[in-house]
Design a protein around this ligand. Sequence first.
Ligand SMILES: Nc1ncnc2c1ncn2[C@@H]1O[C@H](COP(=O)(O)OP(=O)(O)OP(=O)(O)O)[C@@H](O)[C@H]1O
Ligand SMILES: [Mg+2]
Length: 498
Amino acid sequence: MGTIQIENVSFRYDQMVDNLFDSLNLKIDESWKLGLIGRNGRGKTTLMKLLLGQLDYQGQVVSNLNFYYYPQAVVDKNVPTIEVVKNLTHLEEYDLWKIEIELDKLKVDSGVLQQEFSTLSPGERTKVLLAILFIDESGFQLIDEPTNHLDIEGRKIVSDYLKSKKGFIVISHDKNFLNPVIDHVISINRADVDVYKGNFDTWQDNKNRQDNSEQNEKEQLKKDIHRLHETAVKRENWSNSAEAQKNKNRYGESVNLDKGFISHKSAKMMKKAKTAEKRVDSAINEKQSLLKNIEIEEPITLNYEELSHPDIFVQVDNLSLRHETITTPVVNFKVKKNQVLAVIGQNGIGKTTIFKQILGVPQPFEQIGDIKVANNLKISYLRQDNELTGEIKALAVDKKIEPEMVYSNLRKLGFERYLFNQPVENMSQGQRRKVALALSLSEKANLYFWDEPLNYLDVITRQQIISAIKKQHPTMLLIDHDQDLIDEVSTQKVKLHY
Ligand SMILES: Nc1ncnc2c1ncn2[C@@H]1O[C@H](COP(=O)(O)OP(=O)(O)OP(=O)(O)O)[C@@H](O)[C@H]1O
Ligand SMILES: [Mg+2]
């Protein structure tokens, strides 16, 4: 079996203070199914770009494999999907059956090949691009977050599909998706990068054990150093008083006695204490560098303003939206104070369209049924896409939010300070999502519309969001395909289906 060897690779983007990767060494077998995990901005996407040879780095990557990256850039989306396939694969007409086979495994009707690419649902697009990626079975696939925008069923299909393949790296923050698929983990930690044999759960168990034992060791060391300090102080006091005693008799009168042996002993004891302290100091330093891998989950807070009334914030009666051939399923629901309503349903069924209609965003849809929204509500809308551009400060001012508040929330979400002045479009996907999230957290609101908040976000941030909602019980309408989030925070669900 061939290998991919990453040898002494160092890299940083121009504006960075420190290296993103510093003398990185990894050895990967070409048959492994790897999950690449790590917090937002740690360099997962960058690592893939390094393997693809798209960035200038120090060190070397030794491999004779062909690497393929998802998501591919589709330059022209307004053409039949088959043209997109041809452009990206250079397949000849007589070889196009290969794509049909892959599409079949992904449970996509090959009829989509004749359909304009721009009209495919997000789930269909993902599957077509993945099918293209696996045309060359001998290649090594680099799959960057395929689950964003996929509904629960889509995630299951893609997960089964990947399980049947081998030799790839997939980035995902969704443990339920990763667990059945992968047999190895590459984890980009705070202080280092490691490769682990197992799936996400076994990696997590191992990490928790490691963190705990390091934490315990640190506690033990703290106790040791405290004890040593105390002993050292005692010894010092003793030797000082011995020194003072040297020239006095037992009545405290000054006399000229030679007590050289006391002086000698006290000096020896001081020296011993100092050596012991030094040893503990260096042990502590060593441990501290290990402890840098412990991820910290800081609590976050929504700037939620609870209202004593009205009781019903949003009421939707027999609502359906129509445009050309599309008609969304009829829905009915009420959102009361402190309720989290989860709107669920498959990709493309109209969840976001319903959100926008309630919010009064202009859309080319004819409305059937009624929408009532209580008056004078402050609403915070977290959109589905990473559409923000420009600097954080300007984005905050635009929404009449104190930039400092946004910065503070971003710090809690694990943002480094130097990023505050960077344009959002230069950031990693998760960092971009965090900017949108921090704006929504900072904005004073009585009601939240959160459309797929978890997309692109790392595991710790997901947990921060879940904890905040559970603690504050804000009034919220929520769309997400993450089962854990829905189960943990929703007080009621409405399912869209025909
Ligand atoms: N083109 C760029 N110019 C400058 N900095 C960049 C650029 N692309 C990425 N970065 C920075 O490099 C770091 C790593 O980015 P990368 O996209 O590799 O992270 P990631 O682990 O994939 O994160 P995510 O989970 O959010 O996708 C981030 O701090 C990001 O802001
Ligand atoms: Mg990324």
